[in-house]
Design a protein around this ligand. Structure first.
Ligand code: C2E
Ligand code: CA
Ligand code: CA
Length: 623
């Protein structure tokens, strides 16, 4: 209980317990009463450091008693240290003033002033040296006090200055603390709410509203236990989003993915869980009693997914496929399960089938591929890739340039053609390294030609769509160009049609940058792969390279019309036309009749190492 709260209680206690009449005890003698005061029992008695004296109800009372009895009350050893016990014990005082009963061992003949708070009693006590008449006079004065008198006294008691300050500061500090606590509580509450919300956000894929990768990994850890892992099959379900974006636009690609998310969440049973972990990539962990049952479910789901807009998808060969991995180990990390399921998906995509279960053989093949990728990285670092060239002639069979074609001088397997390394480099994300390495070698060659009077010869260099779509492409390209001296219009960038498909905006910007640097652009393999004649309109193409497939077809009337038509189309668009894969005199004649400007093929030149290509050129010049 706070000391200041005692006042009203005291009043009540006095009203109830003390006689309600006052009779001043008469004493004729004028004597001194030595008092041991309590420096710290506000409001009864306390030592006021500022005033340098005891204050409180009892000192006030003593003043009144003094007036009626003539007794003089003198406090011994005033100060903030409570000396009541010592003074009483030593018999140095007559009166032990204001203490809580039980606190002063040496107190004799106690007079209880009041009780409060159940069993706390405020007392005064007399000592061995107190004269009987003094005791009597004080007792009767105290016992005969009226409640009214006490009330008046208590109101007169000033609050102790130091204590007041303490309370004031305590009030401020308490207030500030309360405020801090309130703010902390609010922050905590907000933080919890925010965390809950963040947790939600953390686990939700914003595009589709189903779980994301974190959700999947978390759920995988909790739901797939050593007791049930054998029942779970993980399906990695995906589609070529980039192609959808190219053909149908980003909005359509998003719509298809939302549709897929709906299908997956609707078909998922209670113990299954699904998530979207990347652009066009979904996971579905499903329980099935056997591989056969899992197979049925996956094919049904794929059928439903591919039903989206029916034939429309069929037309563009945009399909959801899946790789399925039966979890075969307890405590398998989610990452490994996803990796394994993805290998099945890759195989399904590669083999153009709906889904494939990942088995040990498949994983071994993948491991071999990964090993190959590791070796390729080593090969890039060791400069094992070599610049080879195939010379190109004009209609008059004059050598006008060459295409840069790469060979890998493998330490283990000897000289390898691009078929052995381009795809692995692409899937390892290393193809840009090769493309830029060959660009550098090409620039070296062009500089050398320029220095040896062959500055009219040009060279074309292949870039994959992955490289051209990179944000840093133009900068890296310029850095290489700046290191070599040659006429920039002798450098031709060969792009396959699909190089313009991925990340079209970036690729387009990059191509324009290269044009600004003075280079020329060739559209490679026209007539194979994905045809997009529109690119001829949209991109600043300087040369088209008609694929050998068209040449092979040109033996028929229609095929020949196609060859001639494409050539004319090129010329109408002010684009030069090159025909690739010319192997014979008849093919050469057909190409020339069609009006092609340039010819490339084994009929004129094999793919040669750099030095041999130079010698070949010299011989032709001198012939
Ligand atoms: P491509 O750009 O279409 O290159 C022409 C390919 O046709 C070369 O195959 C060449 O050897 C082959 N060829 C040339 N003349 C004839 C012919 O008369 N008949 C037949 N049947 N084939 C002929 P290669 O050297 O095996 O290159 C294959 C592909 O690898 C190239 O096709 C090109 O797309 C790619 N490639 C080569 N080097 C690089 C490179 O440094 N970077 C990138 N990204 N791709 C490269
Ligand atoms: Ca090419
Ligand atoms: Ca080609």
């Amino acid at each position: 209980m706070k000391k200041w709260m005692v006042v009203p209680i005291l009043i009540v206690a006095l009203l109830l317990g003390l006689p309600n009449h006052a009779t001043a005890t008469e004493t004729a003698k004028n004597d001194t009463v030595y008092v041991a005061g309590n420096p710290d029992l506000f409001p009864f008695e306390y030592y006021d450091t500022q005033l340098g004296s005891y204050q409180g109800i009892l000192p006030e009372l003593y003043k009144q008693i003094s007036q009626t009895t003539g007794l003089e009350f003198v406090y011994i050893h005033p100060g903030m240290i409570n000396q009541q016990n010592r003074l009483a014990k030593n018999g140095q005082v007559d009166l032990v003033s204001a203490y809580v009963r039980g606190e002063i061992e040496a107190a004799e003949r106690e007079l209880i002033l009041l009780r409060y708070d159940g069993n706390t009693e405020i007392c005064v006590a007399f000592t061995a040296i107190t004269p009987g008449w003094v005791e009597e006079a004080i007792r009767s004065s105290l016992e005969n006090l009226s409640a009214q008198q006490v009330l008046e006294l208590s109101l007169r008691v000033p609050k102790p200055q130091p204590e007041q300050k303490l309370y004031w500061w305590a009030g401020i500090i308490g207030g500030v603390l309360l405020l801090i606590i309130a703010v902390l509580a609010a922050v905590l509450l907000w933080h919890r709410k925010a965390r809950k919300k963040n947790d939600k956000i953390r686990f939700i894929d914003p595009l589709t509203g189903i779980g994301n990768q974190s959700y999947f990994e978390n759920t995988f850890r909790h739901c797939i236990t050593p007791a049930n892992y054998a029942l779970y099959y993980l399906s990695y379900i995906s589609l070529d989003v980039q192609r959808i974006e190219q053909y149908l636009g980003i909005l359509k690609a998003e719509e298809i993915q939302r549709y897929a998310a709906d299908v997956l969440s609707q078909t998922a049973a209670d113990e299954d869980f699904t998530a979207r972990i990347g652009d066009g990539v979904f996971l579905l962990a499903l329980q099935a009693p056997s591989e056969e049952a899992a197979s049925i479910r996956v094919s049904e789901i794929l059928e439903q997914l591919n039903r989206y807009e029916g034939t429309f998808l069929e037309e563009h060969r945009i399909l959801f496929r899946a790789g399925v991995f039966g979890i075969d180990t307890a405590n398998l990390p989610a990452e490994t399960a996803v990796f394994n399921a993805r290998q099945g998906y890759n195989a399904a995509a590669h083999n153009h089938c709906s889904y494939i279960f990942t088995d040990k053989a498949l994983l071994n093949r993948e491991a071999t591929k990964i090993e190959l990728q590791r070796k390729l990285l080593g090969a890039l670092e060791n400069h094992e890739f070599l610049l080879y060239m195939q010379l190109i002639v004009d209609r008059n069979e004059r050598i006008i340039g060459a295409e840069a074609l790469t060979r890998w001088q493998s330490r283990e397997k000897g000289l390898l053609s691009p078929g052995a390394f381009i795809e692995p480099l692409k899937s390892a994300g290393l193809i840009d390294k090769l493309d830029f390495y060959i660009l550098e070698e090409t620039c070296k060659q062009l500089e050398q030609w320029s220095l040896t009077g062959k500055e009219h010869l040009w060279m074309s260099c292949n870039f994959t769509r992955l490289t051209v779509s990179r944000n840093d492409f133009a900068e890296r390209f310029q850095n290489v160009l700046e290191r070599y001296q040659f006429p920039h219009d002798c450098l031709i960038i060969e792009l396959t049609e699909d190089s313009l498909m991925d990340n079209t905006t970036v690729a387009y910007r990059n191509i324009l940058e290269c044009k600004k640097m003075g280079c020329k652009i060739a559209l490679d393999d026209l007539g194979s792969g994905y045809s997009s004649l529109q690119d001829l309109c949209d991109y600043p193409i300087d040369i088209i390279k008609i694929d050998r497939h068209i040449l092979l077809k040109s033996t028929t009337t229609r095929g020949n019309a196609l060859l001639q038509g494409l050539t004319k189309l090129g010329h109408d668009l002010d684009i030069k036309v090159l025909c690739e894969g010319v192997e014979s005199e008849t093919e050469k004649q057909r190409v020339c009749e069609a009006g092609c400007d340039y010819i490339q093929g084994f009929y004129y030149s094999r793919v040669l190492p750099r030095d041999e290509a130079d010698l070949f050129y010299m011989r032709k010049q001198n012939a």
